[in-house]
Design a protein around this ligand. Structure first.
Ligand code: SAM
Length: 492
């Protein structure tokens, strides 16, 4: 085994031996050498909130495009810490390593589509899909724009705790045309049916492609085998989710053929409810570093030849971590599509409506009453294309506007994150370097004299360079801080 790789002592020996059986010696040396390199910092711009030219104008980091395949994707090329910048808190970008951006770019949903991300937490790829299904955004008015969009993203994760993290990340993204659920794949299929134009299955896997990002890794042949079994099971729900003529993207972050080519070959070969020929692999656009899948790694299968359409991202050939991606299209069947049942909202009661209206008028927000939905004293704005979620466990449906408390309406942090300062009449916007902004993010109250005009008491949107960050409340000559406690930074 080559020893020049400084990190290969931390790579599991069984993994290195297995890669030695898969790759020729010179390729293996280059592959292992890639583990010496530092992982790349990638950043994907939130086009729901800002256009690319405008972001590039204000970005305080050195950026290099990841490639023509994703115009919103960049590598951070200096030592800045974009995760600490207020633009990150305002959801202007997601820190995502470049290979993980390829899934959204290849699935390529377009404005107005119904899209499912079946294993979505913590939400990197879901934020990407949310941006893609929206029409281009006029600067700084994400909520106003979302009102007219027909697209719907259903983002699901089987683990409830992870699904809440997913909801937080989609909220920071300002994504309002979303249904976030937490259920097993077969339950999602049973509840929603084959109604999706595009489905992403970013499968739980042995994670070999991410070893460079971790100090310690757990790996064994048994883990690979268990993951492969689970992945085959998850894929069985695909025919119950993808509409005829729709597309499915299966992705992993592992090199193991058992979890990649062999899973796809088994799926293409037919299963319980589908036959060989019902699904075909699609040849994606090929860009620098997009290697082909390996038919010889699933040679036993009658579908093996198709596997060359898959994409393999190798860390020694692509500026990112290891990934495998396979796009499949379901055969079209005239008149076979299902139309989802529309969702019946529970509108606010008269007293609730009065409280909401009082708040909405005070801040200058005007939202369509027929899209308002109340659940557990909380008010939500539903996506225009809301579908009936059946008995699925809902984490969030649409945009959380706020909560009814005795005699008043309390706006949600999610609402602030979906607003531009120009969308409300009571906003205060500071530049990223303004000490008042740092004080706000640290949780401090501010003297009312810091506000641009006298104004009346009530809720104020606090923004960074026009992008909503959180709420404050003007009362008794002070600006009381309502930035969520768990997000507050150490005082400066
Ligand atoms: N797509 C995510 C992103 O871009 O941030 C990453 C998804 S991660 C690779 C795989 C996800 O699958 C995990 O969040 C995990 O909770 C979920 N998962 C685990 N077991 C599962 C199962 N049996 N069925 C479906 N999803 C599962």
């Amino acid at each position: 085994m080559p020893t020049e790789n400084k990190r290969d002592t931390t790579l599991p020996p069984g993994f290195v031996a297995r890669m030695g059986r898969l790759l020729p010696p010179d390729e293996l040396a280059a592959f292992l050498a890639a583990f010496d390199g530092a992982p790349r910092v990638g950043l994907r711009v939130n086009t729901l909130k800002i256009s690319l030219p405008d972001f590039i104008n204000i970005a305080p980091f050195s950026l290099a495009p990841v490639g023509d395949w994703e115009p919103a994707g960049f590598l951070v090329t200096d030592n800045s810490r974009p995760g600490r910048h207020p633009y990150h808190d305002a959801g202007l970008y997601y820190l995502q390593e470049p290979s993980a951006m390829v899934a959204g770019a290849l699935l390529a949903p377009v404005a107005g589509e119904r899209v499912l991300d079946l294993a979505a937490a913590p939400g990197g790829k879901a934020t990407h899909l949310a941006s893609r299904i929206a029409a281009p955004t006029p600067l700084g008015r994400p909520l106003r724009q979302a009102l007219d969009d027909e697209g719907l993203l259903v983002a699901n994760d089987v683990h409830a705790g992870r699904a809440r993290l997913l909801a937080d990340n989609l909220a920071r993204w300002g994504a309002s045309n979303v249904l976030i659920t937490s259920a097993e794949p077969e339950r999602v299929a049973a509840a929603l049916g084959p109604v999706f134009d595009r489905v992403l299955m970013d499968a739980p896997c042995s994670g070999e492609g991410m070893f460079r990002r971790h100090e310690e890794v757990e790996w064994s042949e048994a883990i690979v085998a268990a993951c492969a079994r689970r992945q085959r099971g998850i894929l069985e729900s695909a025919p119950g989710l993808v509409r005829p003529g729709g597309r499915l993207l299966y992705a992993t972050c592992t090199f193991a053929p058992e979890e990649d080519e062999q899973v796809i070959a088994a799926f293409l070969g037919g299963g319980g409810d589908w036959e060989i020929g019902d699904w075909e692999m699609v040849e994606p656009g090929r860009f620098a570093g997009f290697d082909r899948g390996r038919p010889d790694w699933a040679a036993e299968s009658p579908a093996a030849a198709e596997l060359s359409h898959a994409v393999r991202l190798w860390p020694h050939r692509f500026p990112g971590e290891g990934h495998f991606l396979a796009i499949m299209e379901r055969a079209a069947q005239p008149d076979a599509g299902e139309t989802p049942r529309p969702f019946r909202p529970r509108p606010p009661a008269a007293a609730e409506m009065r409280l909401w209206q009082e708040f909405a008028v005070a801040v200058g927000l005007d939202l369509p009453a027929e899209r308002l939905n109340v659940h557990d004293n909380r008010l939500y704005l539903l996506p225009r294309a809301a579908i009936d979620p059946g008995r699925l466990r809902i984490v969030r449906y649409g945009l959380h506007l706020g909560e009814f408390r005795p005699g008043r309406f309390h706006p949600a942090h999610d609402l602030a994150l979906s607003l531009g300062a120009g969308e409300v009449t009571t906003a205060v916007s500071w530049t990223a370097g303004d000490p008042r902004l740092a004080a706000y993010l640290a949780g401090s109250d501010l003297p009312g004299s810091e506000l641009p005009d006298a104004g009346s008491d009530g809720w104020v949107l606090v923004a960074v360079d026009g992008f909503g960050l959180g709420w404050a409340k003007r009362a008794g000559g002070r600006l009381k801080n309502h930035y969520p406690h768990h997000l507050r930074r150490a005082a400066v």
